[in-house]
Design a protein around this ligand. Structure first.
Ligand code: 9MR
Length: 433
């Protein structure tokens, strides 16, 4: 296994960006930590490919989409922003069957696509020696068939949706040792990034490594084994090593892919933003090949303020002093209709609420345009395109219906769509509703 030993760096104190701190809890509560049992791992078995991954497909069964006859007359979102940034969506391969409405709609409006679930390690490498590339291969085939579609791979190193077996091994309490976990990460990155070399333009190499409560690396009680198991390999006093190694490995496996470090709440939690910023800065100063930062942006109707979001982008943009080519992407945008503390199951999407959402989207995209014009924003990816597909249905409140995206459950453009395209049309779009 190849470990790059990095030069120690001087910690640099960064002034806090915001004075006020909000109390919004994590936008994302992740899966339960796998229970560690007393097991030992054997030598890696030969890699085999198993059958198709089906992720969340059941919820779409039986649904027939009927695009309105007028849909072709809608402006293509990606063209509206052609001079500003790439515009994308999360997608699943079952939505990409050629000729279906979801396929047509996705290609009409978006030019960059992220796999919502199907490239997560728990599905790709479910057990030792087994790799299932059936769904990712379909995603790549979609890219091959549509050469203008840019593909993002999501994600390589994450504490959630990672296979439990990665973290088990011959260490204390049946936990993997640092060497074992590094070997698995190395095999995974080499195999997966290597397989799609030249096909995936961006990889979310490391996802959600930072804690909401401290802004520092997640620890065991925050559901992550990565830093606690891999530890400080280079002895420089920090435990960013699993991140550093992941980036070196990904760079080696596909030198042309753009490598992104991705996290949530950066736009609304100064403590987390500062911790993330300091870590990325320190790694960039050591020469870790981080090409870009991803701001997930799972936000709400009334939180955070546009100015806080903008300041977060601008703070991250100061990292260009170290890497002038640093890319900033919004990677998972959606706007929940509910405040985080709200427990309700439904919200009346009356004219007032449709308008609020449309204005929220209009304000966001105005700000994105400004930041893109300053060279601070390269891509905006939405976490889905129609309300029926959003993870925010049933989450964080089971049984909840949400309306966070630009198209409704019948694939019809909402007033929010018009907010994004042309805010002068919001009133008319609301009346039509
Ligand atoms: O949208 C994804 C949902 O279908 C999955 O059930 C969930 C499992 O954790 O992951 C969702 O996507 C997440 C993404 O991979 C990382 N950032 C937060 C996203 C929303 O939870």
């Amino acid at each position: 296994m190849k470990i790059k030993i990095l030069k120690p760096v001087t910690a640099i104190a960064i002034a806090m960006l915001f004075t006020a701190c909000n109390n919004v809890p994590a936008a994302v509560v992740t899966d339960t930590v796998p229970e560690i049992q007393n097991t030992t791992t054997s030598a890696p078995a030969e890699i085999t490919t198993v059958g198709e991954t089906t992720v969340d497909e059941a919820m779409f069964e039986g649904k027939e989409y009927r695009l309105p006859a007028t849909y072709e007359t809608l402006p293509n979102l990606k063209d509206v922003f052609a001079d500003d940034f790439y515009l994308g969506t999360a997608i699943n391969t079952f939505q990409l069957e050629e000729g279906t409405d979801t396929y047509n709609l996705a290609l009409k409006h978006f030019n960059i696509f992220t796999t919502e679930n199907e490239m997560k390690p728990v599905y790709v490498n479910p057990s030792e020696g087994v790799f299932d590339f059936a769904a990712p291969d379909k995603f790549i085939a979609f890219g091959d068939a549509n050469p203008d579609a840019i593909l993002r791979g999501h994600t390589l190193v994450w504490h959630s949706q990672a296979p439990e077996w990665w973290f088990k091994g011959s260490g204390e309490g049946g936990r993997a040792t640092s060497d074992e976990l590094m070997a698995r990460m190395t095999e995974y990155i080499n195999t997966t990034v290597g397989r799609y070399k030249g096909k995936i333009k961006y990889w979310d190499v490391v996802n959600e490594a930072f804690s909401d409560s401290t802004g520092q690396l997640r620890q065991l009680h925050e559901q992550s084994y990565w830093a606690p198991i891999i530890g400080d390999l280079d002895g420089d006093g920090d435990e960013y090593d699993f991140i550093e190694q992941a980036f070196y490995l990904a760079r080696e496996a596909d030198p042309d892919a753009k490598l992104i470090i991705n996290d949530y709440n950066l736009e609304q939690d100064p403590r987390k933003l500062n911790g993330f910023y300091d870590a990325v800065k320190s790694m960039l100063e050591q020469g870790v090949p981080i090409d870009g930062v991803g701001i997930q942006a799972h936000i709400q109707l009334e939180w955070p303020s546009i100015i806080n979001f903008k300041m977060a982008i601008e703070k991250l943009a100061t990292l260009k002093e170290i890497n002038p080519d640093l890319i900033i992407q919004v990677t998972e945008l959606d706007v929940s209709m509910y405040a985080w503390s709200d427990q309700s199951l439904t919200v009346d999407m009356n004219a007032e609420n449709e308008t609020k959402l449309a204005v929220r989207y209009a304000d966001l995209f105005d700000m994105f345009r400004e930041e893109a014009a300053k060279g601070n924003l390269e891509t905006v990816v939405m976490w889905g395109f129609y309300d029926g597909m959003s993870w925010l249905n049933d989450y964080p409140i089971p049984g909840r219906t949400n309306h966070p995206l630009l198209f409704d459950r019948d694939l019809i453009a909402k007033p929010a769509f018009w907010g994004v395209v042309d805010r002068t049309k919001i009133d008319a779009a609301v009346e039509e509703e």
